[in-house]
Design a binder for this molecule. Structure first.
Ligand SMILES: [Zn+2]
Length: 332
């Protein structure tokens, strides 16, 4: 949970004002030190469509998570519809897996990204359920009071953490990884003068105006994992063409999910992008010789949001031909 005053943070140096206005605790109780504030102006509002590289993928006819065939299969949005994703992988998820991945996405889209999606006018399947009003806290000398304000005018906080590089690419033991602190996080809000106007209209004697944001790195990491895996299957095909798939078992609970191990990010990413959504596949070879397929994902790149990496597969090593060749030559 994050609470911050929308006026203080923008007014001052974010590093010094953060401990006063943002209370973000890791497991050891220490405050994260680095906060990058970003203002979402009205220029960013509008329907978010992936207009570039639209592809119609062929139906998979098998669940891409558990491998089930001969059952009823649903279509998967590679990036959720609610984030503007309109690329679909037809007949690719069984009902059980769709239930698991659907719940992960529902929580992320509603609880972590809900207010931001409302502000940006992103699509929803249930427009009637979209809240018209949302709460904010007004702090005065005498205490804090809660008030409802129109959802689009509400100063809100959305935090998207910038993760460290995926642990598997750094050869970190997945068991100790969860204790690593998250190195940075990212905020956005309305401009401080808009926040001040909202606070003033409620109570001119206000001292701070705060809203609450929520972030869960496990759920968010799993949502990224799902996007990465679905994209890898769409691009490479089932079986991932010579890669051993790493995401599905952990995603549907058949193997432990170690946060930060397969999913990570660019810890120092602050460069804006013109694109709202970016998904790309690439390969990464380590000094140890292990080679991985990595999907690079950026949601809200036009707002300066972090870049994430999902390690979707490891190259399956076959016995090296050159080595066998040498052995056989030796017998000649
Ligand atoms: Zn399944």
């Amino acid at each position: 949970m994050v609470r911050r005053c929308h006026v203080c943070t923008e007014r001052g140096n974010p590093q010094t004002s953060a401990p006063l206005s943002a209370r973000v605790l890791d497991r050891s109780g220490a405050l994260f030190l680095r906060i990058i504030p970003c203002v979402v102006t009205d220029d960013f509002v509008g329907h978010n469509k992936m207009t570039e590289n639209i592809k119609k993928y062929a139906p998979v006819q098998q669940c891409i998570y558990c491998g089930a065939t001969g059952v009823e299969l649903t279509d998967e949005h590679i990036i959720p519809f609610a984030l503007g994703g309109d690329v679909v992988l037809p007949k690719s998820s069984c009902k059980n897996c769709a239930k698991i991945t659907g719940e992960i996405e529902r929580q992320c889209l509603r609880k972590i990204l809900g207010p931001l999606r409302i502000k940006l006018d992103y699509p929803t399947r249930r427009p009637k359920r979209r809240p018209e009003k949302l709460p904010i806290n007004i702090q005065k000398e005498s205490g804090i009071s809660s008030h409802e304000v129109p959802a689009k005018k509400r100063p809100h906080v959305t935090c998207l953490f910038a993760f460290n590089y995926p642990g598997i690419l750094r050869d970190v033991d997945p068991e100790i990884l969860e204790l690593e602190p998250v190195p940075a996080m990212w905020f956005n809000t309305v401009k401080s003068d808009q926040a001040r106007a909202v606070a003033h209209s409620i109570d001119p004697s206000y001292k701070h105006i705060e809203s609450e944001g929520w972030f869960n790195p496990v759920l968010f990491g799993k949502m990224l994992g799902k996007i990465g895996h679905a994209f890898a299957v769409a691009e490479l095909g089932l079986g991932l063409q010579g890669f051993r798939a790493l995401i599905p078992d952990a995603l549907i609970g058949k193997a432990p999910w170690h946060n930060g191990y397969l999913v990570g990010g660019e810890p120092d990413q602050i460069v804006d992008s013109k694109k709202r959504l970016e998904v790309r596949f690439g390969r990464k070879k380590l000094f140890s010789g292990r080679e991985f397929g990595v999907v690079r994902i950026r949601l809200f790149g036009h707002l300066g949001a972090p870049v994430y990496y999902v390690v979707v597969g490891e190259v399956i090593k076959k016995p090296g031909r050159s080595l066998l060749g040498r052995i056989f030559r030796g017998f000649k």
